[in-house]
Design a protein around this ligand. Structure first.
Ligand code: AQP
Length: 338
């Protein structure tokens, strides 16, 4: 089966497990804003149930969920054009996830690299939720029959698992009910790396604050973080190929490219031969110019949490209008009496 029989629909989410980072912005939100202006229906979600797969302080979780919503709104997600809500207000996500827990195979889950990275050597002590995370993610997507999921490179494996679950469900029950969703991984910001180690991705919950740019960082902090970002003795090379094998240098060029909306090749051409003393301040200035209006608007929105809550509740109502009939039909297919 192909997804061509399904009306195109986009779903994506961000988990409130910390403050929004430049990785979330370039890898996800910025691209979501572009997608909402086409013909396709777009659904965006603060996936709070994913956040609690690792410990979250309850007050921090609520604040973080509002921050994610504020970040999406401030970046240009329009709740009139897109459906914007937080996952836990639509209980159908967890209901479908249980069914998918019974479809997904242990062998598939055992291959998930994100679980291995996050659980580390302490896998025995990880929550069952962290292990089952990809099954809930499949439910998030398939509950809306989403055909396209814009994500960063790090989520590719989970979207592939979503496809496996859709295929197995359809085969097991002899139906063409769930679409086989396509990941949309494109553009320069699909993998923003840690500023202190260019082989690791930039994460909200990474150990040191110096390894990431937070969307709420002020101009001085952004400048300081780029100044201290790890690099090598060579500056910007004469040609793009000169970045090969230099993950930290490549990362800074990629970030510039994502923020400026130009190709990484064009960035190298513009700064060919420049040292870091020239490039890093230019990058910091660009980041501040792009991020400051967003962070100012985020702060303004976060001063009125009741208004954010109203927007999320309204989004959840609209989401349920799509989700409820799809879950009902799933129950019928599976043979659950209702
Ligand atoms: N460094 C990144 N580069 C590009 N895209 C990224 N995304 C996250 N980090 C980067 C994309 O942002 C979306 C939401 O991700 P998420 O917050 O739900 O989960 P995550 O990928 O696990 O994010 P973090 O920051 O690494 O969270 P923690 O530290 O809490 O685990 C996704 O589309 C993701 O690809």
């Amino acid at each position: 089966m192909t997804d061509s029989t399904f009306t195109p629909r986009v779903f994506s989410g961000i988990k409130p497990s910390g403050g929004l980072t430049l990785g979330n912005y370039l890898g996800a939100i910025k691209r979501w804003v572009d997608m909402q202006d086409g013909e396709t229906e777009t659904i965006y979600c603060a996936v709070d149930l994913h956040a609690i797969t690792v410990w979250q302080d309850p007050a921090g979780l609520k604040a973080g969920t509002r921050e994610i919503a504020a970040g999406m709104l401030a970046s240009g997600i329009d709740p009139e054009k897109s459906i914007l809500f937080n996952q836990s207000q639509v209980p159908e996500h967890t209901q479908l996830a249980w069914i998918f827990n019974c479809v997904a195979r242990l062998g598939w889950m055992n291959r998930m690299t994100q679980f291995k990275d996050k659980a580390g050597k302490n896998a025995e002590k990880a929550s069952l939720g962290l292990y089952a995370y990809p099954s809930l993610m499949a439910a998030d997507i398939l509950l809306y029959h989403a055909t396209h999921v814009p994500v960063g490179e790090d989520q590719k494996q989970h979207v592939e698992l979503t496809r496996d679950i859709a295929n197995k469900f359809n085969n097991d029950f002899g139906v063409d009910f769930f679409p086989v969703t396509e990941p949309v991984i494109e553009g320069p910001g699909t993998r923003v790396m840690n500023l202190r180690d260019g082989t690791k991705k930039m994460s909200k919950s990474g150990e040191s604050d110096m390894e990431r740019i937070n969307m709420l960082d002020d101009a001085d902090t952004i400048a300081k973080k780029f100044k201290k970002a790890k690099t090598d003795p060579d500056g910007i090379p004469e040609t793009f190929d000169g970045l090969n094998g230099r993950p930290e240098a490549k990362n800074l060029v990629d970030i510039y490219s994502g923020l400026a909306d130009i190709s990484a090749e064009a960035v190298v051409a513009e700064y060919a031969g420049a040292g870091w003393g020239k490039f890093k301040p230019a990058l910091a200035d660009l980041a501040v110019a792009k991020l400051a209006p967003i962070s100012d608007e985020m702060k303004r929105l976060m001063d009125d949490p009741a208004e954010i809550d109203r927007k999320l509740a309204r989004g959840a109502e609209r989401a349920r209008e799509i989700a409820t009939p799809i879950l009902d039909k799933t129950y019928d297919i599976v043979g659950l009496l209702r």
